[in-house]
Design a binder for this molecule. Structure first.
Ligand SMILES: [Ca+2]
Ligand SMILES: [Ca+2]
Ligand SMILES: [Ca+2]
Length: 354
């Protein structure tokens, strides 16, 4: 009986931590965070979006869930903006020993893995599904191509902010990513670090560069795969870090997109949107017949729709089709009505037929 229940409750998505889903906060378009390492623009993000130490498991050195906030204390918030294919992050951490004097991978690191289209499966060359494949070929054709791994240095004085573990280092620079830090400590000291950054997830991020790349399309309510780990180095002379604190609870999250966790791109919080806001899009289906499909995209509950197509014709359908009799540049308006009142939205000369 138990196993049947588990089977029924199992999520459709083959991601780690079934039943767990984190939220990505939607910033309004007029409140996009400024990448300056300051946290003021994140004050509007509710506490329910913050992901802290209690969600991480140390999976390499056997510490499990036994964290000590005097050793490491990390909180991460993730955001997005509808219409921008970017993921914004606010990383706030306390560490008893910030380890960043060496110029190699021995550095406090925030490792982030993103799979924007849930393609799943291995993403690093050593896990290439074709056994025996040439190492170089596997790296340049595969490593990080369909899901990306960033090793972000915390902090990163005198060097790039991250290394992309893959064949596409170009993704860490503008216009694909940007980062800023705020901290006030020397190497080997304790203190608080703030890192603010955004990245662009890619369905396809090839070695050759952005010309052949495909950016992941971020859409409201969609789920993406993501996980991070905090590699805590607390001794510049030590051989290894002393913590691999990760959100997926599975070490192999660094190289397998099926071991990531579900994150949902949330709608605007209720306090940040109008209860009813008319909106719409259109597509010319057949220019020869001047046939246009209109799509209602109103947010909030609407019960009545009235379209005026700009040629004297109207419709009360939610998603009407309209054939214009004459060529023209039209002004189209949708008016909606619902329990919360009325709203209208006009586009001037977007709908053009010949
Ligand atoms: Ca900021
Ligand atoms: Ca530490
Ligand atoms: Ca450290």
């Amino acid at each position: 009986m138990t196993s049947l229940l588990l089977l029924l409750l199992a999520p459709v998505l083959a991601l780690e931590r079934p039943g767990v889903e984190y939220k990505i906060f939607q910033f309004p378009a007029d409140k996009i965070p400024q990448i300056d390492g300051k946290t003021a623009d994140w004050a509007m993000v509710p506490a329910s979006y913050a992901i802290g130490m209690d969600q991480l498991k140390e999976t390499v050195h056997g510490r499990g869930f036994r964290y000590d906030k005097k050793d490491l204390d990390v909180t991460v918030k993730v955001g997005w903006v509808k219409g921008l294919n970017r993921l914004y992050f606010l990383y706030e951490a306390y560490d008893d020993y910030w380890d960043f004097r060496r110029a190699d991978r021995h550095n406090d690191i925030f490792e982030l893995v993103v799979d924007g289209d849930l393609s799943g499966g291995p993403l690093i060359s050593s896990l290439h599904p074709h056994a025996g494949m040439d190492k170089g070929e596997a790296f340049f054709s595969f490593h990080g191509v369909h899901a990306q791994n960033y090793h972000i240095f915390t902090p990163a004085p005198d060097r790039d902010w991250a290394f992309v573990w893959g064949c596409q280092p170009w993704i860490k620079n503008l216009p694909w990513a940007n980062a800023a830090y705020d901290y006030n400590f020397q190497h080997g000291r304790s203190g608080k670090l703030t890192l603010e950054f955004w990245i662009t997830p890619f369905d396809y991020a090839p070695y050759e560069g952005p010309e052949r790349a495909v950016v992941s399309k971020l859409e409201e309510s969609k789920v993406i795969g993501m996980s991070w780990s905090v590699l805590d180095y607390d001794d510049v002379d030590a051989k290894d870090n002393e913590g691999f604190w990760n959100l997926s609870h599975k070490t192999s999250m660094f190289g397998n997109a099926s071991d990531l966790v579900a994150f949902r791109l949330m709608p605007l919080e209720a306090g940040l949107r109008k209860p009813l806001q008319a909106g719409w899009s259109f597509r010319v289906l057949d220019m020869n017949r001047r046939l246009v499909a209109f799509q209602d995209q109103t947010s909030g509950q609407a019960t009545r729709w009235r379209w005026t197509f700009g040629d004297g014709e109207e419709s009360t359908e939610q998603h009407p089709l309209h054939a214009y009799k004459a060529a023209g540049e039209y002004v189209v308006t949708l008016e909606v009505e619902g329990p919360a009142g009325r709203s209208r939205w006009t586009k001037v000369r977007d709908v053009v037929v010949r």
